[in-house]
Each structure stands twice: as C-alpha cells, then as structure tokens.
Design a protein around this ligand. Structure first.
Ligand code: PLP
Length: 381
C-alpha cells in the first residue's frame, strides 16, 4: 500500500464493532474487568487506551516500525527515550537542535550523571572524534533546527551499530511523509507530533517509533510509570491530522520553495537556509535520504534593526513559537525556541540576533510573500 492510502486509513481503517469510520474517542480513565484475573486488554488509560493504541499502531505503520508509543508532548517522548540509558553513559547530540531538548539534557539529565557531547553532526569526522568507549547513542535532528544542516543518517547508524549503541533521530522537521530514518538504519525515531503530524497548531503530542521488540516493554513501562501519555482526545486529533499529512506536506513544501527563492532575492536578506536549494551544501545527501523538504526556512536579515518591525508588521503570518501547522508562523529563535542555549554555543551554531525562522503553512503563497514584503518594507535600509 502506498503511504497516502495508509495515512488516510490508519492501522484499523474503521471501528470493527460499530463500523464508525472515525476512530472512537475512548474517553475513559479505566475499564471494567469481566471477572477476577480477566481483562479486555484495557485496564487503565495511563497504561493503555484504545484510541491511543490506534494512533500508536498507525504511526508504527507509516514509519515502518514495529511499534510506536504516544506521549503527551515531544519532550515527553525525548525524556522517555533517555531512560533506556544509565548514569555514566555518553550521548552525542546535534549542537544545532531544539532548545528545549538542550535544556532537558543539559539542565536535568546531566544532574543524574548522563554525559552529553554537543557536536556539529553534519560533520561525520566531528562525530567520530567525539566517540568514547562509554558512547551509547547519537541523538540527531536532521535537518537541524534552525540552521537546516543535514546529518548523514546511514553513516551515524553504522557508527553506532559497530559499537552496539543506538542512533536516535528526531524526525519532526520532515515527518514520515518525507523521511523514514528506520529504513536508513536508525534505531529510534522521535517526533514532536505537535508539529506536522497533528498539523493544525491545536494539540501537543510526542512519539517514539522503534523497529525491534527488545525495547518495547521498558519504554511502555516508562510511559506507564511516569504518566506522560497522550490523552484519548489528543490522540484522536493527531489521528485526524495524519489523514491529510501527505496533502499538507506537499503544499508546505511548494509554498516554502517559493518563499525561500523570493527571500533569497530580497535586498534586506543576507542568507537563506533551505534544504531545497540545489546549492545547499548537503543537497545531495538530503536527496539520498529524504523525499522532500517540508516548510521550514530560516534566514539572516542584513540588519538586526529590521527584526522587530518585521515581527510586528506581518499580519497573515503569525509571530509564534512552533512549526508544522497549517498557519504560517514566524519565530525569532534567539528569544524563543533557542533561548535556553548558552550564548557561546548558540552563536557557534549560527543562532544570532539576525536569524528568523519561518514555518511556512498552507495558505496562498502570494499572500504570504505580500505579507513578508510589507513586513520588510518599513525597515532600516
Ligand atoms: N523536537 C523538535 C524538533 C521540536 O521543534 C520540538 C518543539 O518545538 C520538540 C522536539 C519538542 O516537542 P513538544 O513541543 O511537542 O514537546
């Protein structure tokens, strides 16, 4: 079956009991036992819930994994996966990634003895140089957030396979529609489902998808014990969002491509970061491991004084912190998504006061360009 069909029909297609086309929302915290030592398979919703199960099975299917686990947010999923490791273990992490992930690792997990190295993972030699005997995992975002650097998934997977470690890929930026890291050798795929999967800026969610049985039980135990599981209603919202993922991703991509090229010609824009440019330094690598480029575009303005008026003047484009929804959002990483990252590291990654990130939505691209044009028209230059 092709992905567009799987996206629409999900794991079960319709409710076998009633024929309902839309998965029922089992808004129940607990389930009646038929008798002592008997269960319908559903006992208590922190552990398992039928709506969440349908979503988890759907995600495993579209990602090509054996199972999926749904969490209350992307951070819930990322926090859960780290529980597979123990104090003293070393994890190599992309230096250019979502600031919340940096905060979680650096402010919390380091306190418990986990050791992280922050590396430009688009540079394979830098990863190899960072490897230690205690290295148990590489955690990457590719394309990276917000600088759109591409990491070689196959090569990272090989490096970890050779030493019995794991490659964990946060695939939020591309979604399973454009990239399937498990098929390239990755061990775990992470999503902030809040973004393209749900797609409508209306719910938080997070996922882990894995391709072997071995870690299912430990991960389900973390989900059940810590309780950061996705609610039935939110699971249903994500299920509904997934049905249109293919259509949305194609439109996000087409709009972003148009806007990236327009921005590139704008006199107030110094540089545009977009993996869809054929002269992107890792265009060939990107083409070898992904099928598209999503709606993410970052750019440097020439003058930092243009930032404030741009954020204030745009009307259709909304100044807000997130990505992957149908509405176009403009973000200022310095003070929003990446403010938890120390200045030195942030600047080394290229996140400075002239960087703007766009999550291009599915509106008419001409309206978006006119909005950006207006936002840039009353500026310093
Ligand atoms: N991963 C990436 C790439 C993100 O951009 C985000 C949030 O912006 C997260 C993870 C965290 O996801 P959530 O906000 O759903 O907790």
């Amino acid at each position: 079956m092709k992905i567009d069909t799987t996206l629409v029909h999900g794991a079960t297609c319709f409710d076998p009991k009633t024929g309902a086309i839309s998965t029922p929302i089992y808004q129940s915290s607990t389930f009646r036992h038929p008798a002592l030592y008997e269960s319908t398979g559903f006992d208590y919703s922190r552990g398992i819930n039928p709506t969440r199960t349908e979503l988890e099975r759907t995600l495993a299917l579209i990602e090509g994994g054996k199972y999926g686990l749904a969490f209350a947010s992307g951070m819930g999923a990322i926090s859960a996966i780290i529980k597979l490791y123990k104090p003293g273990d070393h994890i190599i992490v992309s230096e250019d990634l979502y600031g919340g992930t940096y905060r979680l690792f650096n402010e919390y997990y380091t306190q418990y003895g986990f050791v992280f190295s922050w590396v430009d993972t688009s540079d394979t030699a830098a990863i190899e140089a960072a490897l230690r005997t205690e290295t148990r995992a590489i955690f990457i975002e590719t394309p990276s957030n917000p600088m759109m650097k591409v990491t070689d998934i196959r090569r990272c997977a090989e490096l970890m396979r050779n030493r019995g470690g794991h490659l964990i890929v946060d695939n939020t930026f591309l979604s399973p529609y454009f990239q399937n890291p498990l098929s390239l050798g990755a061990d775990f795929v992470i999503y902030s489902g809040t973004k393209y999967l749900a797609g409508h800026n209306d719910t938080l969610s997070g996922f882990i998808v894995h391709s072997q049985d071995q870690y299912e039980e430990p991960l389900r135990n973390v989900q059940k014990s810590e309780g950061a599981c996705l609610s039935p209603f939110d699971a249903w919202l994500v299920l509904r969002g997934i049905k249109t993922l293919g259509l949305r991703m194609e439109r996000h991509q087409a709009n972003a491509q148009k806007i990236a090229h327009w921005l590139r010609e704008h006199p107030q824009v110094e540089k545009v970061f977009y993996t869809g440019f054929t002269d992107h330094p890792q265009y060939d690598l990107s083409a070898s491991q992904s099928r598209g480029h999503s709606g993410m575009v970052s750019f440097y303005l020439r003058d930092a004084r243009d930032v404030e008026p741009l954020l204030r003047k745009v009307k259709i484009i909304l100044f807000a912190e997130s990505l992957g929804g149908v509405e176009t959002l403009i973000t200022y990483p310095l003070v929003q998504t990446h403010n938890a990252i120390p200045e030195k590291m942030r600047l080394a990654a290229g996140v400075h006061d002239r960087l703007i990130r766009l999550s291009v939505g599915i509106e008419d691209p001409d309206d978006l360009i006119a909005d950006l044009d207006e936002g840039l028209s009353i500026t310093s230059v």
